[in-house]
Write a protein that binds this ligand. Structure first.
Ligand SMILES: NC(=O)C1=CN([C@@H]2O[C@H](COP(=O)(O)OP(=O)(O)OC[C@H]3O[C@@H](n4cnc5c(N)ncnc54)[C@H](OP(=O)(O)O)[C@@H]3O)[C@@H](O)[C@H]2O)C=CC1
Ligand SMILES: CC(C)CCC[C@@H](C)[C@H]1CC[C@H]2C3=C(CC[C@]12C)[C@@]1(C)CCC(=O)C[C@@H]1CC3
Length: 282
């Protein structure tokens, strides 16, 4: 049976790249691009069909920052599909980002430099505002609209014979220090993005607690630093050209992960030898 996969914010950046990858891995799936800007959604669909002719790619209008739009879109999904196998909650915004240049140069010469480049902690603030539903826009878009979508699609995600996966695009910029239960929407702080991403991580945990028994499994991913409209909104592209080599230099993960892999293979050899040489104690 064809898998039904729905991706929010699928018309650009990470969402569109994800759709490309999904179709490369399974050309049979029914892919639904859930987007706010339908012009860009059409263009994304054409691009996907050019690289994957014959693929099944649908469009759905969804503004995750609007409660009415989420309810309407969820209703539409229920009429179109019998279930949703994978739900990628990827749409996100970081409005009016400001960089604290002083903190950046201070961090550059501190022992905290890698952490600063990896998480942007202490570097970034945003200017948020209330939307027409009376919610803080970053919270509404990055978290609450998606929460509502999951709630509305529960019948298609839970209780079916197969399990379903909900995957959130979170961030290394998810900061506990930015989040408060007393101010869920981060109306009074200057780090709504970090707060919304930390809340995303918490919500994913809670969804597992509430829904694993019904076959819904939630997880978060952090894509690292990716050049998209979001990052080009933080600094203009020529800046990134200069910064990228430093970013690669800072990225120790590949090397460390390879070293870990090698270490584990060595340990595996030792352990295997040990259990074949030692008599079973039981
Ligand atoms: N780039 C990076 O380095 C990182 C990004 N992320 C996360 O990745 C996700 C994707 O961002 P990225 O690809 O970088 O940036 P882009 O700006 O390229 O993509 C954001 C996507 O979200 C959509 N979107 C924004 N607001 C809404 C809305 N109200 N309703 C529906 N869709 C909406 C945009 O569509 P539209 O055309 O309508 O604007 C666009 O498709 C975000 O959640 C972001 O926080 C996480 C870590 C790092
Ligand atoms: C002042 C300038 C010369 C240099 C500033 C560097 C910063 C622009 C970047 C350093 C770490 C980056 C980062 C992000 C944005 C750009 C930096 C702050 C993200 C917050 C982008 C979106 C995410 O979700 C996570 C990223 C973490 C690292």
């Amino acid at each position: 049976m064809e898998k039904v996969v729905l991706v929010t914010g699928a018309n650009s950046g990470i969402g569109l790249a994800l759709c490309e990858r999904l179709l490369s891995q399974d050309s049979e799936l029914q892919l639904c691009l859930a987007c706010r800007n339908m012009g860009r959604a059409e263009a994304a669909r054409s691009a996907l069909l050019t690289s994957h002719p014959g693929a099944h790619v649908d469009l759905l209008h969804l503004d995750v920052g609007s409660v009415r739009s989420v309810l309407r879109a969820a209703q539409e999904v229920k009429t179109r599909y019998p279930r949703v196998d994978h739900l990628y909650l990827n749409a996100g915004i970081m409005p009016n980002p400001q960089i604290d240049v002083k903190a950046f140069f201070k961090g550059l010469f501190s022992s905290n430099v890698i952490h600063m480049f990896a998480t942007a902690e202490g570097l970034l603030t945003q200017k948020d505002r209330r939307n027409s539903d009376g919610l803080q826009e970053v919270f509404a878009t990055n978290l609450f609209g998606h929460f509502l979508l999951v709630r509305e699609l529960e019948p298609l995600l839970c209780g079916t014979e197969r399990s379903s996966q909900v995957v959130w695009t979170s961030s290394s910029n998810a900061l506990r220090s930015a989040f408060s239960l007393e101010d869920l929407q981060h109306g009074s702080g200057a780090e709504p993005y970090s707060s919304s991403k930390y809340a995303t991580d918490l919500l994913s945990l809670a969804l597992n607690r509430h829904h694993n028994a019904q076959g819904l499994f939630s997880s978060v991913i952090c894509p690292g630093l990716v050049m998209t409209n979001m990052t080009y909104g933080i600094l203009p592209s020529f800046f990134w050209t200069f910064l990228m080599p430093i970013m690669w230099f800072m990225d120790v993960d590949d090397e460390t992960s390879e070293a870990l892999y090698g270490g584990l293979l060595e340990l595996e050899k030792v352990i295997r030898r040990q259990i074949t040489e030692e008599p079973d104690s039981q």
